[in-house]
Design a protein around this ligand. Structure first.
Ligand code: SF4
Length: 356
């Protein structure tokens, strides 16, 4: 089956040539797809016979115009956050989150079904890695959400389930389509990709996408704690990670966001805040870095819990005193399953239970 969302304009052009149609049909179909049209019959600038032909091909499973459908939506009554569970053509589920900010609408997308990185506080790691998402499946998350909310998305964070740099080729193709003015037209400056620290990916990202933003899931001020929380640290320890971050900032001139989930009794003492400040001074001279403090969303299976408000505020104050730029991330969607992977996990879990 050919998934149209996976095809760029060039590949679509070749497809139309192969079936004996004019190449320029590709641009027309591409424009309709980006507007969220799900049925060839609604592509009114195509001839009726071509619309019928494409519909027949779709009905017989030769081509697909849509590769994910919204299965469930959880809406926060307090802040407009909407969490989506989408079903892929092969029956797998993925999650995406729509968030409203003062500066616009942002969507957090997944890049894989499951994740092989095994961070122990993360619901996405439970159940392991099933497969990579295609570029079209990443794109579809945005198109489906724009269609559902009827709101324009201006920011993308690739921070949902999966390690994006473990799926670099598809990620790159997706980013180019999202940025394309005839695609979704989202500025590279409004796109942030988050990694748990795959150094080869960081280097390639600096080369290929110097205008996009980089976030690092740091979560620990030293190797001992990080080895425990993020197994990837055993392959790419903090010294090497900070050196790759320095190279990144020198090459791109861009600030890196360091994500730091505050976990009660594990990484949230004032001594840890000092250690974190020292790490960032040593690595980046405290320039071009910003720390996002996130009290951990509790995931019952992990046995960890988030730090309380006072602890979080004290940690933040200590970083500020040490002249490290940081913010406490607003907890969006606190009344829904906001930690990534939770909604999918619940669905997969109940599906498996039903199968027993
Ligand atoms: S935190 Fe990110 S990289 Fe780590 S297991 Fe979860 S999804 Fe994968």
């Amino acid at each position: 089956m050919k998934n149209f969302k996976d095809m760029g304009k060039k590949e679509l052009g070749l497809f139309f040539e192969e079936i004996g149609e004019k190449k320029f049909r590709a641009a027309q179909v591409y424009a309709w797809m980006m507007r969220g049209i799900q049925d060839f019959k609604d592509m009114t600038d195509l001839s009726e016979s071509l619309r019928e032909r494409l519909s027949e091909m779709q009905n017989s499973g030769k081509i697909a115009l849509t590769c994910a459908q919204i299965d469930k939506v959880q809406s926060s009554t307090s802040d407009g956050t909407r969490k989506y569970l989408l079903k892929l053509l092969d029956g797998n589920f993925i999650e995406s989150v729509f968030m409203k900010y003062k500066y616009g609408n942002s969507v957090c997308i997944s890049s894989q079904v499951g994740c092989k990185m095994g961070c122990i506080f993360c619901a996405s790691a439970i159940g392991g890695h099933m497969r990579n998402l295609t570029s079209g499946e990443m794109l579809e998350q945005l198109i489906a959400i724009e269609r559902d909310t009827k709101e324009k998305i201006n920011h993308i964070v690739v921070m949902g389930t999966g390690e994006p740099f473990d799926n670099f080729e598809n990620l790159a193709k997706f980013l180019r389509t999202a940025n394309d003015e005839k695609g979704l037209g989202i500025s590279m400056r409004n796109i942030t990709v988050s990694t748990c620290g795959l150094i080869p990916g960081i280097k390639r990202f600096a080369e290929d996408f110097p205008n996009a933003g980089l976030a690092i899931s740091l979560h620990a001020p030293n190797n001992e704690i990080r080895n425990r929380l993020l197994p990837i640290n055993k392959s790419y320890p903090l010294e090497e990670l900070m050196s790759a971050c320095k190279d990144y900032t020198e090459k791109t001139g861009r600030r890196i966001t360091f994500e730091y989930a505050l976990i009660k009794g594990i990484n949230d003492s004032l001594a840890h805040a000092d250690e974190l400040a020292n790490l960032l001074y040593r690595g980046l001279g405290n320039r071009l870095c910003h720390v996002n403090l996130i009290p951990l969303n509790e995931v019952s299976e992990s046995g960890f819990s988030g730090s309380g408000a006072k602890h979080t505020a004290d940690f933040h104050d200590r970083l500020t005193k040490r002249k490290i730029s940081s913010t406490i991330r607003r907890k969006l969607g606190a009344d829904i399953d906001a930690a990534c992977g939770q909604l999918r996990m619940k669905t997969e879990f109940s599906k498996n239970k039903d199968n027993v």
